[in-house]
Design a protein around this ligand. Structure first.
Ligand code: F6P
Length: 319
């Protein structure tokens, strides 16, 4: 293998740049040339490729976002778009592809693999909702960003003796909410994977106030319900002064943590190694601190579930 391509796709995640850097530098170490594809599968369909050398990936390890830019391509979901993408790879003489992204990107990688393009996927999404890996690139940074926000909100919540309902990202998963809620000492954590009863939430706040607590923090994952509605209900069920904060896209930006940079470096390098040893349709993962790899289709059949012990622990400790 002499020439490979790399792209980032789906929602950006802090650490994607560190992964691109690792792909380029590891490939270069083995004498393999790398091109970067702009805007994910959209750029692949259009043939928007640019060579990446050691210098092009200098000074990016600490930057959030992705220098390759990213997109969610509707055209690539159709077979015609996929054929166009394969034709571009063949036309430009690329012998392998590394896809850095989340679940949707993994499905795209699997499709390209089945159409004859040797493809390896690297999990990068702030949501941490990819099977067969304990961590995805970007999750740790986002959790730290949310915890920092909780700390700040806690200051003002305490000063005014208020209840804060904070919405965090996670359309279909509660990983960010659970980890940040536990680390931030939230009173309640509402996530799409688990049912909840607002009466229990209100009762818990009440008990805290009786014990002399000056504030309450409720973390709500996007997918667990409308925060405005939730806060209105809490207000109507009590006399609390309830405020809402929607953290939004600040959760996706910012300098990646050392954890994410190391994870991205290890995973990016492993992806190159897999391609160079003739593997295709593989995803890189991390398990018990070891970098592993799995068949993408097999991995996608697995259910991703939050850690129930962690969920219970958060409930026990935030009393
Ligand atoms: O998939 C990552 C993610 O950040 C989700 O947590 C969030 O719901 C979604 O992307 C937001 O996507 P967009 O930026 O396209 O609105």
């Amino acid at each position: 293998m002499q020439k490979i391509a790399v792209l980032t796709s789906g929602g950006d995640a802090p650490g994607m740049n560190a992964a691109i850097r690792a792909v380029v530098r590891k490939a270069n170490y083995h004498g393999v040339r790398v091109v970067g594809v702009s805007r994910g599968f959209s750029g692949l369909i259009e043939g928007d490729f640019k060579p990446l050398d050691l210098t092009s990936v200098g000074d990016i390890i600490h930057r959030g976002g992705t220098i390759l830019r990213t997109a969610r391509s509707a055209e690539f979901l159709k077979e015609e778009g996929q054929r166009k993408a394969v034709a571009q790879i063949e036309k430009k003489g690329k012998e392998g592809l590394i896809v850095i992204g989340g679940e949707g990107s993994f499905k795209g990688a699997s499709r390209l693999s089945s159409m004859g393009v040797p493809t390896v996927a690297v999990p990068a999404t702030i949501d941490n909702d990819i099977p067969c890996t304990e961590y995805t690139i970007g999750f740790d940074t986002t959790v730290n960003t949310v915890v920092d926000a909780i700390n700040k909100i806690r200051d003002t919540a305490t000063s005014h003796e208020r209840v804060f309902v904070i919405e965090v990202m996670g359309r279909t998963s509660g990983f960010i909410a659970l980890a940040a809620g536990l680390a931030g000492g939230a009173e309640s954590i509402l996530i799409p994977e688990m049912g909840y009863d607002l009466e229990v939430v209100v009762d818990k706040i009440m008990r805290g106030l009786t014990r002399g607590k000056l504030h309450s923090i409720i973390i709500v994952a996007e997918g667990a319900g409308d925060v405005i509605e939730i806060s209105k209900k809490i207000k109507s069920m009590s006399n609390f002064d309830v405020k809402v904060t929607i953290l939004g896209h600040i959760q996706r930006g910012g300098t990646p943590t050392a954890f994410d940079r190391i994870l991205a470096s290890r995973m990016g390098a492993k992806a190159v190694e897999l391609l160079l040893t003739g593997r295709t349709n593989r995803m890189v993962g991390i398990k018990s601190s070891n970098i592993t790899h799995y068949d993408i289709d097999e991995a996608l059949k697995e259910e991703v579930m939050i850690d129930l012990e962690l969920y219970d622990l958060a409930g026990i400790l935030a009393r």
